[in-house]
Design a binder for this molecule. Structure first.
Ligand SMILES: Nc1ncnc2c1ncn2[C@@H]1O[C@H](COP(=O)(O)OP(=O)(O)OP(=O)(O)O)[C@@H](O)[C@H]1O
Ligand SMILES: [Mg+2]
Length: 406
């Protein structure tokens, strides 16, 4: 695989999406995409290794055919309810010269890692929010500055070591070396947010199939992250149960007639197959909405609780951006605006590229964001400087990348 060719794999709950791109000047061009329905994953976590491997293999094969490239390595996304986060701070004396060096920054981030974490969890990212020197704060990059005492405020992300290892093992079983494991909401944010939003303050919610991944940015730093356990598949499941129909029929109905909230225009009916897939039943859109609305409210209320528990509103200066396939449910932005009382917009990757499908669709936010990540951070990669097995080297690598994105 030529040096300037990079690959991103979004291992989602509903689909595996493999994107192959090549460097063009300071930007990149997508050469091909492979997409395959995801099996063996639930809520972002591998539950059946053999099935997950098969799905990844099929998506990789398609991407190889379409792009004409052989895929040997890739960056992959990670999500799931095993991901947790907390804020921490660290303090260290600055080296004898009195001028901050890279090693001081490393040491202060190490100091910020000294937090209690649950058993079976490991720190995945230590994301600096701001630094202070001798008590003077709000420093974004302290390198080269003078003082005696360096402090950092950091956002720490932890995840189950076993879950990350399973994702890496699935890729390795397909013959792919994993060069980076990236928290999915950080990738999605890179694809759909604009630099001003990240500077002024914005929240992003990637509503996938199994989980809804939430992140808040301000001053180009991550202020908060959370994985919420409600997403698109829950809606489909509710519809299948509520209408006594198959999951595939429920999925179709959700796309075509689904509404997050009742309005005066939904007074028509449509036909749906029964659970045996044989007889048609007539359903009103108003009835369908009574099934969908409580779940949509549950999701947005979970977000509201998160905003209030952690006092996050102050960071959401420019509002909330919804992305991921689940954000395509009609009426969801309006419902979110009503409940949260902030501006809400839909976010899709900012690209015009059309392959077999238009990548400018919220379902490709994570995959496209992973590509942005690998191209923007490749020159700063320190992965090869760290010894040890792939998983250990990746944990090390994941600490530094986020500040490079915006
Ligand atoms: N037009 C649409 N209307 C409503 N829902 C939609 C639409 N298109 C896709 N979805 C829903 O989006 C979800 C899939 O989104 P996405 O592809 O972002 O998930 P994923 O990345 O596979 O999952 P996860 O991120 O949770 O691992 C499915 O539940 C699907 O039903
Ligand atoms: Mg996803």
């Amino acid at each position: 695989m030529a040096d300037q060719i990079k690959v991103a794999i979004d291992i989602g709950t509903t689909k595996i999406c493999v994107l192959v791109a090549k460097q063009v000047g300071t930007d990149f061009e997508v050469l091909g995409m492979g997409k395959y329905p995801s099996e063996g994953l639930e809520k972002g976590v591998v539950v059946n290794i053999a099935k997950a491997i098969n799905s990844i293999k099929a998506a990789v094969k398609e991407a190889e055919i379409v792009s004409g490239q052989q895929i040997e390595s890739a960056a992959v996304g990670i999500s799931g309810s095993h991901i947790n986060s907390l804020n921490s701070n660290g303090v260290v004396p600055i080296n004898k010269t009195g001028k901050v060096k890279q090693t001081d920054i490393y040491n202060v981030l190490e100091a910020a890692r000294a937090v209690q974490i649950a058993e079976g969890q490991q720190i995945l990212h230590v994301l600096p929010q701001s630094y202070a020197i001798d008590g003077l704060g709000n420093i974004q990059d302290p390198l080269g500055m003078h003082g005696v005492r360096l402090e950092v405020q950091a956002h720490i992300i932890t995840g189950s070591v076993a879950s990350v290892q399973n994702i890496i093992s699935c890729c390795e079983a397909v013959g792919i070396k994993v060069t980076d494991v990236i928290l999915e909401q950080l990738a999605s944010a890179a694809a759909v947010l604009n630099p001003d939003e990240c500077q002024l303050g914005v929240a992003v919610l990637d509503i996938g199939g199994g989980t809804s991944d939430f992140a808040i940015y301000q001053h180009n730093s991550i202020m908060h992250t959370r994985v919420l356990p409600v997403a698109g598949n829950h809606f489909t499941h509710d519809i299948a149960v509520g209408l006594q129909t198959t999951l595939s029929e429920a999925e179709r109905v959700k796309h075509m007639y689904g509404l997050a909230s009742n309005n005066s225009n939904n007074n028509f009916s449509f036909e749906v197959l029964d659970i045996q897939g044989q007889n048609l039943q007539t359903i009103s859109q108003a009835f369908l909405t009574t099934i969908i609305e409580p779940r949509a409210e549950e999701l947005i209320l979970l977000l509201l609780k998160e905003l209030e528990t952690y006092k996050l509103r102050k960071f959401m200066t420019t509002g909330l951006v919804l992305t991921g396939g689940g954000s395509l449910l009609a009426g969801l932005p309006e419902l979110a605006t009503r409940i949260l009382q902030v501006p809400v917009r839909l976010g899709a990757p900012r690209t015009e590229i059309v392959l077999s499908e238009n990548l400018s669709n919220p379902i490709y936010a994570t995959g496209y964001g992973l590509l942005i990540h690998v191209f923007k951070t490749q020159s700063k990669s320190n992965l090869n400087l760290v010894d040890g097995p792939t998983a250990v080297r990746i944990f090390y690598r994941m600490r530094s990348w986020v500040s490079d994105l915006f």
